[in-house]
Design a protein around this ligand. Structure first.
Ligand SMILES: NC(=O)C1=CN([C@@H]2O[C@H](COP(=O)(O)OP(=O)(O)OC[C@H]3O[C@@H](n4cnc5c(N)ncnc54)[C@H](O)[C@@H]3O)[C@@H](O)[C@H]2O)C=CC1
Ligand SMILES: O=C(O)C(=O)C[C@H](O)C(=O)CO
Length: 257
């Protein structure tokens, strides 16, 4: 009999999720834990990420650790990889989720703001992949998932730093998907539409966003947090074994227009 639903089972798998303390990172952490994975969650805030990890461990019973690691700092990224190896002995899955968004008209943004977004959203994932790949190559197995965005596929005004960074993530996913598949490692991206996370909450009631949710998103609503979990479990599991360099949109029909 063919494996069917068992393809989605993550029992015994080990995943690192960057930016796992809240928002989509925490939602995907719950999803992977519910499918059986052990987790190392990172964010910049030690207390916050440890609290999220402890909650998920108590809810699902898997081993879930939290540690502070800034994805833009190569030494902290190395420490993240070393911690996963020393605690779990392997890294099966990396979810490059940590990200920031700085909005504004181009002539009101600073160079520093533009560079900050590229550092967290592009350089950070690049450092994380570079760090875990030797372990994945040695194991001849790995699943890398990048959180790109619909804004890596279509444009939006007043979002130059973010759209540039997410477009880069789409292309980096394609390049890594090609480069790594001969080692048994796949790299795919999720392109989410609007989720009401701490990143978006301050803007939820603005006229711009309200008009956009009704005008651009075919389903006319924000995504529910659990609606990211299916794509994350799918791309983390053997259910997606013939996919590499792919973009999976979870966007309520936004980019179908
Ligand atoms: N919320 C949304 O509607 C969408 C989000 N995304 C992407 O999904 C990812 C997660 O977004 P949200 O959960 O909304 O964001 P969020 O702001 O709610 O959470 C971001 C997480 O990343 C962490 N983080 C930020 N900078 C970091 C750094 N330098 N090093 C380590 N951790 C860092 C934060 O501590 C936090 O845990 C981001 O890459 C974002 O661009 C993509 C499309 C839509
Ligand atoms: O900039 C905004 O406003 C957004 O809604 C950005 C979202 O986080 C996003 O990436 C939508 O796909």
């Amino acid at each position: 009999m063919l494996p069917g639903i068992k393809l989605f089972d993550l029992t015994g798998r080990v995943a690192i999720i960057t930016g796992g303390s809240k928002g989509l990172g925490a939602a995907m952490a719950e999803g992977l834990a519910s499918a059986g994975a052990n987790l190392l969650l990172t964010s910049r805030n030690q207390a916050e990420v440890e609290a999220t990890a402890a909650q998920i461990q108590s809810d699902y019973g898997n081993r879930v650790l939290g540690m502070a690691a800034d994805v833009t700092d190569a030494e902290q990224v190395t420490a993240m990889t070393e911690r996963a190896i020393s605690e779990f002995g392997k890294i099966d899955i990396l979810i490059n989720n940590a990200g920031i968004n700085i909005r504004g008209p181009i002539d009101e943004l600073t160079l520093e703001e533009f560079q900050d977004v590229q550092n967290v959203n592009v350089t950070g994932p690049w450092l994380c992949v570079r760090s875990v790949v030797p372990h994945m190559k040695a194991a001849k197995y790995g699943k890398i998932i990048n959180l790109a965005s619909t804004l890596g596929l279509v444009g939006m005004s007043n979002r130059t730093p973010y759209t540039a960074s997410k477009g880069a993530m789409v292309q980096m996913t394609r390049a890594l998907g090609l480069e790594l598949c001969e080692y048994g490692i796949t790299c795919n991206a999720i392109c989410p539409g609007p989720f009401l996370t701490p990143m978006n909450e301050p803007f939820a009631e603005t006229e711009e966003i309200k008009k956009f949710i009704v005008g651009a998103v075919a389903m006319n609503r924000w995504a529910r947090m659990e609606e990211i979990q299916g794509a994350a479990i799918f791309l983390a599991s053997d259910a997606s074994s013939y996919m590499t360099g792919s973009m999976v949109t979870v966007d309520g029909g936004w980019t179908a227009r």
